[in-house]
Write a protein that binds this ligand. Structure first.
Ligand code: 3S6
Ligand code: CA
Ligand code: CA
Length: 303
């Protein structure tokens, strides 16, 4: 399917792809401009003005499960050998550092970065990440450097949640990660992990999810879930375990993002894709994820 990119740009005043569909009847997948909520800003007690929303462009998936899904972020590993160096925006660009226990902190702040068209080439975080009040999430694993008009076909794993779990966690990941900070030494593995939510696969299944990660790691995970803020044996926290619920504390091999400090084999596990190349680059043996996984970005959508 080829998306038409330009004719509809700028036409709507919508806060999410759901509004683009529900209010304006748009049903085509593609790029749309969205606007964050307008609100009252108090300069002083007596002087208030209306803040205009922030306008940004992102991708809308109008078809999956009959929903309208807004792309709010992508997590991309630019260099698995760069251990918390430039490009590890979701983890830390400041090195593997115990004095930097939350790393960049970008999961729980309003900083934005990247562009929608480069979302398979670099990290992407738009204002929808914190602005949209959502119920469910959808996730696509897309090979690096895939152009927008091929996204639909190029995905290697796709799934969504359907239980409105985000209601329980403040309506988006910004709020969820406030409740479950991705921070070194915040708790212990398994006992202090964040929520694991059942998923419905749109491409892939429980078994193929195990093949996404290392062969040994496959025995440490259960497919069919998305999990948040999972902690490893050394008390390092990761952000998202895509497609899996961890059964052990070696979460650095199948959970992405992270805090600013990973004690084990310092600094080998620090990065957006943490310890995905633990037993070699793309080998898929031991705890190494497959090459396809290593060279794919993880797209996060809200509905
Ligand atoms: C093949 C991967 C097993 O898991 C890893 O090995 C894990 O992250 C480490 O904590 C562990 C030791 O290096 C092996 O005992
Ligand atoms: Ca990155
Ligand atoms: Ca480990």
């Amino acid at each position: 399917m080829l998306y038409q990119l330009s004719h509809r740009e700028g036409q709507f005043n919508a806060r999410s792809c759901k509004e683009v569909k529900d209010k304006y009847g748009q049903t085509e997948n593609g790029l749309y401009y969205l606007t964050t909520a307008t609100g009252v800003v108090y300069k002083t007690f007596c002087d208030m003005t209306t803040a205009t929303g922030v306008v940004y462009k992102t991708f809308c998936d109008m078809t999956t499960a009959g929903g309208s899904w807004t792309l709010v972020a992508s997590v991309h590993e630019d260099n698995i050998f760069g251990m918390c160096t430039v490009g590890d925006r979701w983890t830390s660009q400041q090195g593997n550092n115990a004095n930097w226990p939350q790393g960049e902190g970008n999961r729980a702040n309003r900083k934005t970065f990247g562009t929608v068209k480069a979302a398979t080439d670099d990290d992407f975080k738009n204002p929808g990440y914190y602005d949209i009040e959502a119920e469910d999430m959808s996730v696509w694993h897309l090979p690096n450097n895939t152009p927008v008009n091929h996204w639909n076909l190029a995905a290697i794993m796709r799934y969504h949640t359907d239980r409105r779990f985000l209601h329980l966690y403040g309506g988006n990941l910004y709020q969820l990660f406030h409740s479950y900070p991705v921070e070194y030494n915040v708790g212990a593995h398994l006992s202090d992990n964040g929520p694991s939510i059942p998923i419905v696969y749109d491409l892939g299944d429980k078994e193929s999810t195990k093949n996404v990660y290392g062969r040994y790691s496959g025995g440490e995970i259960e497919g069919g879930f998305i999990s948040f803020r999972d902690i490893n044996h050394e008390r390092a926290a990761t952000a998202i375990c895509s497609g899996v619920k961890p059964k052990s504390g070696n979460v650095e091999h199948y959970c992405i993002g992270g805090c600013g400090f990973f004690p084990e084999a310092n600094p080998l596990q620090c990065g957006d894709f943490t310890g995905f190349a633990w037993n070699g680059y793309g080998t898929h043996i031991g705890c190494s994820a497959s090459k396809q996984t290593l060279e794919s970005a993880v797209f996060l959508f809200y509905c």
